[in-house]
Design a protein around this ligand. Structure first.
Ligand code: B1H
Length: 829
């Protein structure tokens, strides 16, 4: 045993090798038992499932920490430029399997658990996923940090440690009920609190001007503070020894805060004030795509970006020249949620470091880049000036000055074109004076990117055309991607093994190698093996659904899946109309039961709690399901399953089992989609519109292996322009009329016609997302699906080609594109 001397404490030293590397089952077992005994305070004999789970998680983290310490030491002197990914959401999913895979610990962990008589699968099922995001945007952030680590890019993910993540969805009488997501209650073994690295974040108050040796400067006198305490997650690269950090901030009342209240002697007020501060990181706002302009949400946004900027600047050498900040960092803005970071960095540089405005602006412009994730006008965040001025008065001044100088530049180029000035102003005047965060991000950032080719083009042409004209060089595209580690290697072990047996395991970090599978589509034995994997995945899904919800997919059924947030633009209603039409067809005798391709239609979707129409649509899906599933005339050949609480964990069981992937948004509305990529990569065929990344999927897999239907974006724009009349489609299409009439008749609501009346009249008289206009094309495409599925071997061939041709959709490729087009941050070793 080496003696620890006092010099060890100060001199840089290699991490103490407390654990054996490479890991052995004995070493792993010993560490597991240490954690169980000393961290958990229980013996193996007395340990509960939770105790064992926590000790296992700790042990996995210990091994990763060894890599992290070594990695930090290697990177310390490197002075490489880092990516700071600023995102209000990270939809991480379970950590255990992810970290076992990345750290190559699955084998020793299994042996160690077996040696202790513990069922590893039971511990896997015990994990509660951190659901710190709503949907695609949050999951994208999680995929990106995985790829950043795997590619060896120095980076930090910054976000919020919500005490309550996305709500847990239950159904009562078919209607959504939201339950709090208490993911922290049984312990959070993957995170490490770092109270010593807390930052203070200020709010409110006023500004005053001071004469600083002849220059008039503004400064902020805030009114209240909160403390931001970081909680760190290890983000391991795939077996490369690299470990990055995800730093999530938790709001705590500051000591000063406590003291002030303590002095006032008002105990009740003291407790209330503490709650007030800590509310900031209490709950994730459950709106996907449609932000609500709530004050607490702005507090959350400023809270995490202010803490993150300070945190990053604190990592630079004491004497670092901030004029060179762009050499060391790029802050990537994940949508507009962190855009308040722009005036914050300006404030830090100008007010706190005394930098001249113009120089600070030049630095700031190089340090930010902005990703837009939407096309819906209602999704573009704006903050009322009144609110911003009250919460962050200095930031409002800074935004005004940025806008003034920007509009002066616009005038200098285009003259006093007041229409243009009003269009481009960062400050909107109607309906209330408000800051347009997307405009601020566009003016401030070095780059603006959309998330799929079509989306980036529409962003230039429709959402920000004046800006694209003014700053053509800023606009670029980075098509989204998904991590093949979680969504293929882990979620689909059967297919992973089949692929690896055929082409080796290089695909896990080089997904384009899936192309090597293409010739195997013509190999009958490979097709049979592929089909067997799909059948096995359906059995696995059934085990999960049985245990979770008492549901099962029918034997021999085509598994038709639509899982994503519930939003009208995504058109779950179109899928419902298809189901109702098939049902009506059989019941009325127009379709012979024997001609009906047996199908299970599986939905998964959460609705924002305040989104009434979305909740009615959930109710309708459940109502249709309970009628269709139990009508003896259908004999079980058409099933509608809607397991509640769709999340990352359920996705990992559902996606590998799917035959058909529903990607049926109205063209021009879905920015990208990422579920579409996960399904294709797992060998489901897509029925989809020409929208988002569907366009690129279809181009890559080929028209023969994709069921395209519906209007194109220009066609949508044209009929919108001409005046869209949904009722005309209802009048002209007898099948559509029968389906809608059946819903309107109360057939799915126990004869009560009022229940779904709002859904029906919305479809007939408004139908903002043109469900009725695409209905007949969708029905025809579903007929092509049925015909194609009848040829099982042909279907399997097409499915294999989907897998083989979707390597492009790795988030590793997305990150390489960000590096090449935006960040210019080479990987380090
Ligand atoms: C996407 C959001 C979003 N776009 C506001 N916008 C939110 C907007 O809390 N909010 O207020 C939360 C989320 N999310 C999605 O991003 C797009 O709809 C998808 O098409 C895209 O694939 C995904 C990732 O780019």
């Amino acid at each position: 045993v080496r003696r620890v001397t006092s010099s060890d404490a100060t001199a840089p030293h290699p991490p103490v090798p407390a654990l054996e590397l490479p890991p052995t089952a004995d070493g792993f077992t010993a560490q597991f038992l240490r954690n169980l005994n000393f961290d958990g305070g229980v013996t193996l004999a007395d340990a509960s499932t939770n105790d064992r789970y926590l000790a296992l998680a700790r042990t996995v983290r210990d091994y990763l920490m060894l890599h992290a310490l070594a990695d930090q030491q290697r990177q310390a002197g490197a002075q490489a430029k880092a990516v700071c990914y600023l995102s209000a959401e990270y939809l991480l999913g379970n950590q255990l399997d992810n970290d076992l895979l990345a750290g190559d610990l699955a084998g020793v962990a299994a042996d160690a658990m077996a040696a202790c008589g513990i069922d590893l699968d039971e511990l896997r099922r015990h994990e509660i996923e951190p659901g710190l995001g709503n949907g695609g945007l949050g999951r994208l952030a999680a995929c990106f940090i995985d790829s950043l680590a795997t590619l060896g890019v120095p980076s930090i993910g910054y976000g919020i440690r919500y005490e309550y993540g996305i709500f847990r969805q239950t159904f009562e009488d078919g209607q959504q009920v939201e339950q709090p997501d208490a993911w922290l209650t049984l312990g959070a073994p993957w995170e490490q609190p770092r109270p010593e690295a807390a930052q203070t974040v200020s709010f409110g108050g006023r500004t005053e001007t001071v004469d600083d040796a002849g220059t008039v400067r503004s400064r902020w006198i805030p009114e209240w503070n909160v403390s931001a305490v970081p909680y760190d997650y290890l983000v391991p690269g795939f077996r490369n020894g690299r470990v990055n950090t995800l730093r999530l901030w938790r709001a705590k009342a500051t000591d000063a805060f406590d003291l002030r209240i303590f002095n006032s002697g008002d105990y009740e007020q003291a407790v209330r004030a503490q709650t007030f501060a800590e509310n900031i990181s209490k709950v994730l706002y459950p709106e996907d795509s449609t932000p609500q302009g709530k004050e607490l949400r702005l507090q959350q946004q400023y809270f995490f970006v202010a803490a993150s900027i300070r945190d990053f600047l604190g990592r630079l050498p004491e004497d670092f020249d901030l004029a060179r900040l762009p050499e060391r960092v790029i802050f990537q803005l994940n949508d507009t949620h962190p855009v308040i970071a722009v005036p914050e960095l300006m404030r830090v540089l100008v007010d706190e470091h005394g930098m001249a405005w113009d120089e600070a602006w030049a630095v700031t412009q190089q340090c930010f880049a902005y990703t837009c994730h939407t096309l819906l006008p209602e999704a573009l965040e704006v903050w009322p000036v009144e609110l911003l001025g009250r919460l962050l008065p200095r930031h409002l001044e800074i935004v005004y000055r940025i806008n003034e100088e920007f509009l002066a530049a616009v005038r200098a180029r285009f003259g006093d074109d007041e229409m243009r000035i009003r269009d481009m102003s960062i400050i909107a005047e109607f309906p209330v004076r408000a800051v347009r965060m997307a405009y601020l991000a566009t003016v401030a950032g070095s780059r603006v990117n959309g998330v799929a080719e079509l989306h980036s083009q529409l962003l230039r042409d429709k959402v920000l055309p004046a800006f694209a004209e003014f700053f053509p060089e800023k606009f670029t595209n980075v098509t989204n991607g998904v991590t093949p580690r979680r969504f293929l290697r882990l979620a689909n072990p059967g297919l992973s093994t089949l692929i690896t047996d055929a082409i080796g395991d290089g695909w896990v970090t080089d997904l384009e190698r899936l192309h090597e599978l293409e010739p195997l589509a013509e190999d009958a034995a490979f097709r049979a093996a592929f089909a067997a994997v799909k059948a096995g995945n359906k059995r696995r899904l059934n085990e999960v659904l049985q245990a979770r919800d008492g549901m099962r997919v029918g034997d021999g059924h085509l598994v038709d899946v639509m899982v994503k947030r519930l939003h009208e633009y995504k058109r779950q209603l179109l899928k419902v109309l298809h189901v109702v039409s098939e049902y009506e067809g059989v019941v009325s005798g127009r379709i012979a039961l024997a001609d009906l391709q047996p199908r299970t239609v599986l939905f998964g979707a959460k609705a924002a709690p305040g989104y009434a129409m979305a909740k009615r649509i959930i109710h309708l899906i459940n109502a249709v399901g309970s009628v269709v599933n139990t009508d003896p005339r259908l004999d079980g050949r058409l099933q509608v399953l809607f397991p509640p609480n769709y999340n990352v964990t359920l996705a990992e069981s559902v996606i590998p089992a799917a035959d058909l992937s529903e990607q049926i948004s109205l063209a021009g509305k879905e920015a990208s989609g990422t579920g579409n990529m996960k399904f294709a990569l797992n060998g489901a065929l897509t029925i989809g519109t020409d929208d988002g990344a569907n366009v690129e999927i279809r181009e890559l897999v080929g028209d023969a292996n994709f069921f395209l239907f519906g209007m194109t974006e220009p066609e949508v724009a044209e009929i919108a322009q001409a005046g869209y009349h949904p009722a005309a489609f209802y009048q002209e299409d007898a099948g559509l009329r029968r389906a809608i009439d059946l819903i309107a008749s109360g057939a799915f609501s126990g004869g009560d016609r009022s229940v779904f009346e709002p859904v029906v009249s919305n479809l007939l008289y408004e139908d903002r997302f043109m469900v009725l206009a695409d209905y007949s094309a969708y029905m025809a495409a579903q007929q092509r699906v049925d015909a194609a599925y009848a040829d099982q071997d042909g279907w399997t061939r097409a499915a294999i080609l989907n897998v083989a041709r979707c390597g492009f959709f790795s988030s590793d490729r997305s990150i390489r594109d960000y590096i090449d087009r935006i960040w210019h941050t080479p990987p380090t070793t």
